[in-house]
Design a binder for this molecule. Structure first.
Ligand SMILES: [Zn+2]
Length: 676
């Protein structure tokens, strides 16, 4: 019997991990796809005229077996993978994309959806139903369903070219990164570098069969080098190599690829009826239009620039004492570190004893209880995929069962880096029952040893609060349709719950709840808390300006009316940067040719969203500050209008209902110390 092919008959219908074997996945996927296909065929061939129920709702709920299997499989592939699982992933991915293409390209199905969409005003739908209908329709239309056959063919050709170019872009950056190494034989040249970075460089040399130390353009090697190495000439050398990636006029050069990608994206957007690629992307974002993004970025720029210039001068003055006449890019991180030491001298090791993992978990649970009335009970009768995974039953003080929470905290082989929130089962309502979600948070925190418990850095503490904020979005979800539930929101809105919760970590009232020394029980000294707060704003002006320069470059490439007129990548970029650059330009360097976020990954026309999310969380937290950080009414409004609502309405509508007005940048500028 294949356990994946039957509804899970476990406690809360959680996944029966101990019964699932790798050999179950492929046959289960095959069977689940054929079941899903039959369900979709039944929708298409339904002799009844299309209705919201028989078409849109049916499309929302088909394929429950496939959903169940996919959640288990792809979550395991991130948190507990091995060669076998990765091999299966490669085999089944084409099956899944073929199946979804078949649906997306089905003309008869689109006709049913479109007829409903065109009559949407007269169907008597609730706002959630309207959102669902629009989402289903756009899923087809944004992929070309409205085009004639010739248009469809052109679109497919453009998509093919674009995916090839993005892939090539990424391969070139990788090849250029890998092709470079800085080999140092004389230890004297490593002055300033911490022991751990030295050891890593020595190990790298050893791996390559060489003596001495090797540094590369990979962040774990590059960043400590630029931050600590005293030898300015060496910093310049490595920085220039980094900045020249895919800009060396060799076979890995990305200049033509950048021009081609922007040109084809523009063509694609126009074919689908949009003014530019940015207009196409932003249609499904809270920010809505390029004009709004640009005005947002320029407002921040005005406020951040004077602060950034002041900070720049401060760093340059410090460098001048070492005889540096012209402060350059390769001096930035180095003197920033020096200044930080002078100003704060914040030793992470001194903080860690106050952040024992178990205490921090209690802390975040207490915060969730005080704000939202949630209760967490650790249980041992829910099956897990690894013995380190903890499980909790989450209930509301009103007695309702809310969710199952999995927590998987420590690194191990088979788990990818970083921290994330995910779910094994979504939330929805059907036939008068509210199907509650199975949420998981996965992190890579410092492991306990035989003599010491797991002690977190402050950075890890905010990471836990961040992921837990996403988890709240999932656990408090209360919508009818699963594709609109929880974190299924526009992606410039999805970081609001997570980043918002981080704010509680900086409050004395909150730290007093859990930040006690793991040996003595002594509460964390207020002096340390203030230092944490001050250090968080260090060089905020320069950081902001840097983020804005990337965001503006992204918009310049994607919101322009005639990308085919751009001929020179470097010249174009220099002009865009004119208003945001503090350092002198380095002629042999180029940002765009290695800007993987927007040319390889999915961030095109989306880079602004980092700052956007900060503005949102600062503005929302200000509301809590005004009313009290544990104010029950404010918290209830946040649940009612944001956390429970998922993507059922436009984010700006939801946000305004919570806040009473649109977000503005003042709260962020105030928090960052940029508004004086
Ligand atoms: Zn996040």
């Amino acid at each position: 019997m294949n356990p994946l092919l039957h509804p899970f008959k476990t406690k809360h219908t959680t996944a029966p991990f101990s019964k699932i074997k790798n050999e179950h996945f492929k046959p289960a996927f095959k069977e689940a796809i054929s079941r899903a296909k039959a369900e979709v065929d039944a929708i298409i061939e339904n002799p009844e005229p299309p209705s919201f129920e028989n078409t849109i709702v049916a499309l929302e709920f088909y394929g429950d077996t496939l959903d169940r299997i996919s959640s288990v499989f792809f979550n395991l592939n991130s948190a507990e993978t091995n060669d076998e699982i990765q091999k299966i992933a490669k085999e089944i991915s084409p099956w899944l994309s073929e199946f979804s293409n078949d649906i997306r390209l089905n003309k008869k199905l689109f006709k049913r959806v479109k007829s409903l969409y065109e009559n949407r005003k007269s169907l008597g739908l609730t706002s959630e139903q309207q959102t669902l209908l629009e989402k289903k329709y756009k899923g087809f239309a944004r992929n070309g369903a409205n085009l004639n056959d010739k248009g469809k063919k052109t679109l497919r050709e453009l998509d093919k070219k674009l995916s090839k170019l993005s892939l090539q872009f990424g391969e070139n950056v990788l090849a250029e990164t890998n092709a470079y190494e800085l080999h140092i034989a004389n230890e004297n040249q490593l002055k300033g570098l911490p022991e751990s970075a030295k050891e890593a460089a020595q190990m790298l040399a050893k791996q390559k069969g060489k003596q001495g130390w090797i540094f590369t353009l990979d962040y774990p090697s590059y960043v400590p080098f630029m931050t600590y190495i005293d030898d300015r000439g060496l910093r310049e050398k490595l920085a220039k190599a980094f900045g020249a990636r895919a800009f060396n006029n060799n076979k890995n050069d990305n200049q033509q690829i950048v021009l081609d990608i922007t040109k084809f994206r523009h063509k694609r957007a126009q074919l689908l009826g949009y003014q530019t690629h940015a207009h196409f992307v932003l249609e499904e974002r809270m920010a809505e239009t390029p004009e709004k993004v640009l005005s947002f970025e320029n407002t921040l720029l005005q406020k951040a620039k004077p602060a950034a210039e002041k900070e720049f001068k401060q760093l340059a003055t410090l460098a001048a004492k070492d005889g540096v006449i012209q402060f350059q890019k390769w001096d930035g991180a180095y003197y920033a570190e020096k200044l930080k030491k002078q100003l704060f001298d914040l030793d992470q090791e001194k903080l860690k004893p106050y952040f024992k993992l178990e205490n921090v978990i209690d802390g975040v649970f207490t915060v969730a209880n005080k704000l939202y009335g949630l209760l967490f009970k650790e249980v041992n009768d829910i099956d897990v995929y690894h013995k380190d995974v903890k499980t909790y039953e989450v209930t509301h003080t009103n007695g309702n069962f809310m969710a199952v929470l999995y927590a998987d905290f420590f690194p191990r082989k088979g788990k990818r880096n970083g921290a994330w929130m995910t779910s094994y089962k979504g939330q929805w309502k059907k036939e008068n029952s509210n199907s509650r979600p199975h949420i998981s948070i996965v992190c890579n925190f410092t492991k306990p040893t035989e003599t010491k418990p797991s002690l977190l850095t402050f950075n890890e503490v905010t990471t836990l609060f961040h992921e837990f904020g996403h988890a709240l979005h999932g656990m408090l979800a209360n919508t009818i349709y699963p594709s609109l539930s929880g974190t299924s929101v526009y992606w410039d809105f999805v970081e609001l719950p997570s980043q918002l919760l981080e704010n509680w970590c900086y409050e004395k009232e909150v730290l007093d709840l859990f930040a006690n020394h793991y040996e003595t029980g002594e509460p964390i000294p207020m002096k340390l808390v203030q230092k944490i707060k001050d250090a968080a704003n260090f060089l905020e002006g320069m950081q902001t300006l840097r983020q804005l320069s990337f965001g503006l470059l992204d918009m310049a490439w994607h919101a322009g009316e005639s990308p085919e007129a751009i001929k020179d990548v470097k010249a174009f970029e220099t002009e865009v940067f004119a208003n945001t650059q503090l350092y002198p330009d380095v002629a042999e360097n180029c940002m765009s040719t290695a800007f993987s976020h927007i040319f390889q990954g999915g961030y095109s026309s989306g880079y602004y969203s980092y700052k956007w999310a900060e503005v949102l969380d600062a503005d929302a937290f200000e509301h809590f500050k005004e009313t009290g950080i544990f104010n029950k009414e404010t918290a209830a409004k946040f649940v009612e209008n944001v956390l429970s609502k998922g993507g059922t309405e436009k984010p700006m509508v939801l946000y305004k209902r919570f806040r009473g007005k649109e977000p503005n940048t003042d709260a962020l500028l105030k928090r960052a110390g940029l508004l004086k």
